[in-house]
Structures are given as structure tokens and as C-alpha cells.
Ligand binder design. Structure first.
Ligand code: ATP
Ligand code: MG
Length: 424
């Protein structure tokens, strides 16, 4: 675990640090990027720099800066093709609302800055020029032990910012680590306080948790901490803990797409209930729609759906949601190996059904309203749409009828039937 080897620090990051130093300040890479370098895990997305320079001093060192988060002491430096957040070392003032400090105070010492950070694995700094790791709280050891531990006393750190309880769950999930027992103990006492945190911040962490390779253990940890009833009250009032645990296990079997995972988690709420809950959590409308469609699809499907049933479901919920819906249906069966084998078989079936590009909507039919009117003598109006809908239904049953000749023949028959029905 030598941070000098492994992930290379991008040249623009090194040049920003060196520039700050040449202006008489100190500067380090800090936070998540250092954790990822030490773990030699994935290339960090964000390379955050911490510095002794105040935001005004940072701005005076560079030509191109954007004042993105001045309240927190952050400016974004545009270097090469990168936007790099540069934040002044700071100490958080008192927390009175359980969410945010009243004010922040600038400091000139990196070790003091690291003290405000949540977990030891997130409280390290790295000097890329000297290859030196600043690790006052034993973050590297905790990485070795695969353990999330607070910087300082968890009870105090969670009282300051209640979201940290959920962040512990998130990092345990994304890194595949355990959390220290002291974290669980403190969270049990402070869990109700999570309600003080904004739904946006909560959803941000929940979303990252649900996209972890295996979110099941993290969802169990949320239960153990007593957070679930505050975060997912709709789910808790619908089903008991045992059934919820079955849903968490189902999440692990699904692909790490948040729509699919949330559809499993919110399954007992149904398509309408899940939509309402996600609206409360202020997710995008597109996200809530995707989750509710996946649930709707899985509700209608059999365990071993026919090609026709698959086309029908795709037509109702949209072709993009069919595979997730099918996977969800299988994952909820929860009978282990056999289910997984079946999941592969059904997934293959879905792919081959969709590869045939069957008609799934009226606009995919090889006839239009004008041709229907010519063939049937119907005048413009709802009757034409009814015919088209009937034709779509036939084409879903047997896609080979989707050619002009067949469709117009059928349209004439349907038109005659409709004429008779009206005459009767
Ligand atoms: P990721 O790679 O998933 O973004 P990250 O470690 O960068 O992980 P962020 O949420 O982006 O996580 O936060 C950046 C850093 O800021 C953290 O590593 C941590 O040092 C600090 N931090 C963020 N939120 C908090 C908080 N609520 N309390 C204390 N420190 C925090
Ligand atoms: Mg980050």
C-alpha cells in the first residue's frame, strides 16, 4: 500500500499544488482521492486540494478560477482539462441545527483541517511531489483492517451532523468495509435526528449506497442502526423487518443500476406508492417513473413469461424497462441458485425478443391513421385509434402480421365489426 506506486496523480493536480507552494502556501490532495490512492482502488473522479491559502489568495495565484463555494472556502481552479476544487484548511464552528456549522474558520494547518473530516479513511492528505502521506488518525491502518471509524467520538460527530450516520453506511457499502461497533452504538441513540437532514442530502447518500456492488449488508446495517424507520417510513409501515430483509437480499442480485435496485427496495409499495415516496424524496420525475414502471412490469409478469407476455410488458412499460422488470421478478423469488440460473435464461429470452424489434406502440405499426380510414371508410375520430389499438394488440401477439397487407385486411374486419356493433 505505497501511495507513490499505483494510481498516478494527474499533472494538472500536481501543477496546482506546486503553484500554490511557489506562492508561499502549503497544499495537499485531501479527502476521497487520497483514500482511493492508498487503496489503489479506482481512479478518483474528484481531486480535491486543501491549502493554507485563503480563497482570495487562491484566486490571485491562478488565471482561471470560479468562486463555487465561497461559504465553505472553496474555489474551483480550471487547470488543463480539469476543474479542481481548492478548499482552504478550515475548522467548523459550532453545529446548532445538527446539519451544518454556524460558520467556518480558516486555518493554516493541514492536520487541523483533517480533524473536521468524518471518517479516518477520509481524513488523510497526500503530497504528490514528496510522495508523503499525512495520516494523523490512522486512516491507512483502517483501510488495511477494512474498517470505517470516526475521527473522534462518534456520538459527538453524529450530533454535529446527523448525515454522518448514513455516510458511514454509504462508505461501508461502497468500500465493502465493516463499521466500528462504536458507530453502530452511537447511531442507535441518535437515529431519530436523521430527520433534521434535508431529503436531498439523504437521497444523495442513499443513491450511492444503492449503487454499491452489494447494498444488502448496508441496508441491514441501516436497520441495525435504527435508521430505516426514519429513512423509509412508507416501507416500514407496509412490511415487517423479515420481509424487508428479503428485499435487501434481492437488491444484491440485481445490476447496480439505481432504478432497478430502488424498484426491489420499494416493491411492497407498488408502482403508485413508490412514485409517491420518491416524489417525497425529491428524486427526478424520470427516476421515479422508471422505478414505478419496473415495479409495474414485474407485477404483471409470470416467473417464466412467454414471448407474448414479454412484448406486452415492453409495450406497457417501455422497452428499456423490460430487462430490469424481468430481473426484479426473478430476484424476488429468492430461491438461490435455481433462481439465478433461471434469471440468465429469462434475460436471454428478453434480449432475443427485443432483438427482433417487435412493434411495441401504434407508431411502430406499418400502417397509419390515413390508410385505416381509406380501408374502413371510418371518418377521423376515436374509432380510428381504436382500430390501431386492436391492430397493435394483434401485432404484439404475432409480430409477423405487422405488414401493410395483413394489417389492412384486419382493419377491414375490425371496421366491419365496429360498424355492425354500432348498427345493432
Ligand atoms: P466519493 O469518492 O464517493 O465522492 P468522497 O470521500 O470524496 O467520496 P465526498 O462526499 O465527496 O466523499 O466528500 C469529500 C470529503 O469531504 C470526504 O472525504 C470527507 O473528508 C469530507 N466530508 C464530506 N462530507 C462530510 C461530512 N458530512 N462531515 C465531515 N466530513 C465530510
Ligand atoms: Mg467526492
Amino acid at each position: 500500500m505505497d501511495p507513490k506506486k499505483g494510481i498516478a496523480v494527474p499533472p494538472p493536480v500536481v501543477s496546482v499544488i506546486e503553484k500554490l507552494r511557489s506562492c508561499g502556501h502549503t497544499a495537499f490532495i485531501a479527502g476521497g482521492a487520497v483514500r482511493d490512492i492508498v487503496m489503489n482502488r479506482q481512479r478518483p473522479v474528484d481531486w480535491d486540494i486543501a491549502t493554507s491559502a485563503t480563497p482570495i489568495e487562491v484566486a490571485s495565484c491562478f488565471d482561471h478560477v470560479v468562486p463555487t463555494g465561497l461559504v465553505h472556502g472553496t474555489v474551483t481552479v480550471v487547470a488543463g482539462d480539469m476543474n479542481i476544487e481548492v478548499t482552504t484548511y478550515r475548522h467548523d464552528g459550532p453545529y446548532v441545527d445538527g446539519r451544518r456549522p454556524e460558520y467556518v474558520e480558516y486555518l493554516d494547518d493541514i492536520v487541523a483541517d483533517l480533524a473536521r473530516r468524518d471518517f479516518t479513511v477520509n481524513a488523510m492528505a497526500f503530497d504528490p511531489t514528496a510522495g508523503e502521506l499525512v495520516d494523523p488518525y490512522g486512516g491507512a491502518d483502517d483501510i488495511e483492517r477494512r474498517l470505517i471509524r470516526c475521527v473522534g467520538d462518534p456520538a459527538q460527530r453524529f450530533s454535529e451532523d446527523k448525515l454522518r450516520m448514513l455516510r458511514a453506511v454509504r462508505f461501508a457499502a461502497t468500500l465493502g468495509f465493516d463499521v466500528d461497533a462504536s458507530i453502530v452504538d452511537s447511531a442507535r441513540k441518535l437515529a431519530p435526528g436523521i430527520e433534521q437532514v434535508s431529503v436531498e442530502r439523504i437521497m444523495d447518500e442513499l443513491m450511492k449506497t444503492m449503487c454499491a456492488p452489494k447494498p444488502g449488508a448496508a441496508l441491514m446495517l441501516m436497520e441495525e442502526m435504527g435508521l430505516t424507520s426514519y429513512l423509509l417510513p412508507e416501507l416500514c409501515s407496509e412490511v415487517g423487518e423479515k420481509e424487508r430483509k428479503g428485499l435487501y437480499a434481492a437488491c444484491d442480485l440485481l445490476s447496480p443500476e439505481p432504478e432497478e435496485r430502488f424498484a426491489a427496495l420499494l416493491w411492497p409499495l407498488g408502482s403508485q406508492g413508490s412514485r409517491r415516496m420518491l416524489a417525497r424524496m425529491r428524486t427526478s420525475r424520470a427516476f421515479a417513473t422508471a422505478v414505478s414502471r419496473i415495479i409495474e412490469g414485474a407485477t404483471d409478469l409470470d416467473d417464466d413469461p412467454s414471448d407474448y407476455q414479454l412484448r406486452l410488458a415492453a409495450s406497457r412499460i417501455g422497452r428499456d424497462h423490460l430487462l430490469p422488470a424481468v430481473r426484479l421478478k426473478q430476484a424476488l423469488r429468492g430461491d438461490g441458485e435455481r433462481m439465478l440460473a433461471n434469471m440468465t435464461v429469462v434475460e436471454e429470452k428478453v434480449r432475443s425478443v427485443l432483438a427482433e424489434r417487435p412493434p411495441l406502440g401504434i407508431s411502430d405499426l406499418h400502417v397509419g391513421g390515413k390508410e385505416i380510414m381509406e380501408a374502413t371508410g371510418l371518418s377521423p375520430g376515436p374509432g380510428v385509434r381504436m382500430v390501431l389499438q386492436r391492430l397493435l394488440h394483434e401485432a404484439l401477439r404475432d409480430p409477423s402480421v405487422n405488414n401493410k397487407e395483413c394489417l389492412l385486411d384486419m382493419a377491414r374486419e375490425i371496421g366491419d365489426e365496429m360498424g355492425k356493433a354500432f348498427a345493432d
